[in-house]
Ligand binder design. Structure first.
Ligand code: FAD
Length: 414
């Protein structure tokens, strides 16, 4: 079979939620999902894995178990998209054609974009929850004092909170293991604020003060020298040094160096090559969709959601939970009556900021960047989710993974 009424690229969070929900609403749809991987990952728990409080193996399930029963799993990789003739080219199965295309292959982590990062990744003291959270935990356990450096890259990158969450947990772990008073914790962020939502930023600044974390604003990682253990940053003139610590002065070719004893990085986030080289992207190389309907701006039978899209909000599974129903309603409406439905995406996304073992703040917001708590979550939690609370930790560690595997991936709107 080479033609599908609806073809989905990617069996990750976005692809599976969309395909399952489409079939839940209309079981006679012919859906193909192109996905090369044998496993589906629940990445939000990787923060907890990196801090030794969640089993990595439990974040993985066989792809076969999450592909909806009535969809066809095409175990293959898309290598190019030809929107002009409604086809995609795959590695093994050649050309596949579609009536509607859902583009959801996620994003690509590309360490080659920072000099020296490829060689530094996964060495003894350099780690990333984005690539290998088990290794992060090994690095945290081995750390015996000195400088623990955490970086946050420029946007866009997936999960706005992930670069910080692991730092808050590391601080807590270092206190428990008795090395905190021998350590300087430094957060070097390319941004000039800690978070874009005011209420959450206020809470997080209290957290960094309580934890005595040095925040270096407007620091963008440009180079890693893993032999000398120095991270090199481009620093803008108006950079603020919050809770400063004394460090050796290192400067070279306009860059400022920080020597580290452990380093947590976020490799630059970009789009997969077949997306970058396609006709679907905007000038920033992310898939160009309407921010409210998620329909492609030039090809009306193409939709995109999740990490690969250019939606101007934080790239999270929580955002996809609200994006998928919009894509689903629009495709069903186009099939039924030839026009888009009235359902719109408002930019909702959320970042669960774990601030220590047993503590969390839930940043929820939309395109306006205003704090917009989800009424359903609020009902479950009782209280103000912009403040740290153990109930939110329970949500993160137990309730959300349960809802993810048993409801969201099955196409239920929760
Ligand atoms: P993915 O889930 O990455 O799936 C993409 C799929 O496409 C993969 O299965 C891949 O194999 C497939 N694919 C790739 N290339 C091709 C190809 N050429 N052809 C066919 N298929 C292809 N989100 C939250 O909501 N809350 C959190 O607390 C949170 N924390 C996070 C912490 C970390 C450390 C990380 C890394 C992420 C976190 N996220 C969090 C973000 C969340 O996991 C992602 O936003 C979400 O998984 C994106 O879904 P997606 O479907 O777009 O991409």
């Amino acid at each position: 079979k080479t033609h599908y009424q609806i073809l989905v690229i990617g069996g990750g969070t976005a692809g599976i939620m969309t395909a399952s929900s489409l079939l839940r609403k209309n079981s006679s749809l012919e859906i193909g999902i192109v996905e090369p991987s044998e496993s589906h990952w629940y990445q939000p728990a990787w923060t907890l894995v990196g801090a030794g409080t969640y089993n990595y193996e439990k974040t993985k399930r066989p792809m076969a178990s999450v592909i909806p029963k009535r969809a066809t799993w095409i175990r293959d990789r898309v290598v190019s998209i030809n929107p002009e003739d409604n086809s995609v080219i795959t590695e093994a199965n050649g050309s596949l054609t579609y009536g509607y295309l859902v583009v959801a292959p996620g994003l690509k982590l590309d360490p080659t974009l920072v000099e020296g990062l490829t060689e530094a990744m996964d060495t003894e003291v350099v780690c990333s929850n984005y690539t290998n959270p088990n290794h992060t935990w090994e690095v945290l356990k081995k750390f015996k004092g000195g400088t623990a450096l955490f970086i946050q890259p420029p946007k866009p990158y997936k999960c706005g909170g992930a670069p910080q969450k692991i730092m808050y947990l590391a601080d807590d772990h270092f206190r428990k293991s008795g090395v905190r008073d021998k350590a300087k914790i430094i957060f070097a962020t390319s941004s000039d604020i800690i978070f874009s939502v005011k209420e959450i930023a206020e809470t997080l600044m209290k957290v960094v003060d309580r934890k005595k974390i040095n925040v270096k604003f407007s620091h963008e990682l440009k180079k890693v020298d893993s032999k000398k253990k120095i991270a090199w940053f481009e620093v803008s003139l108006n950079s603020v040094d919050h809770n400063p610590v004394i460090l050796p002065k290192l400067e070279e070719k306009g860059l400022v160096g920080i020597r580290y004893d452990m380093l947590h990085v976020v490799p630059p986030n970009t789009t997969p090559d077949f997306i970058k080289n396609s006709l679907l992207v905007d000038e920033t190389k992310w898939v160009d969709v309407d921010p409210y309907s998620l329909q492609h701006t030039r090809y009306p039978n193409i939709f995109s959601l999740g990490d690969v899209s250019n939606l101007p909000t934080s790239k999270t599974g929580a955002a996809i939970r609200k994006q998928a129903p919009v894509v689903v309603n629009n495709i069903l409406s186009l099939i039924a009556v030839g026009k888009l439905s009235s359902k719109k995406y408002n930019g909702y996304s959320s970042c669960p900021f774990v601030t220590g073992y047993g503590k969390m703040v839930l940043a929820e917001f939309d395109y306006s960047k205003k704090f917009t708590p989800d009424p359903k979550l609020k009902l479950m939690l009782i209280g103000d989710s912009s403040k740290e609370h153990w109930r939110l930790w329970i949500l993160k560690k137990y309730i959300l993974p349960y809802l993810y595997w048993n409801k969201m991936l099955k196409g239920a709107e929760v």
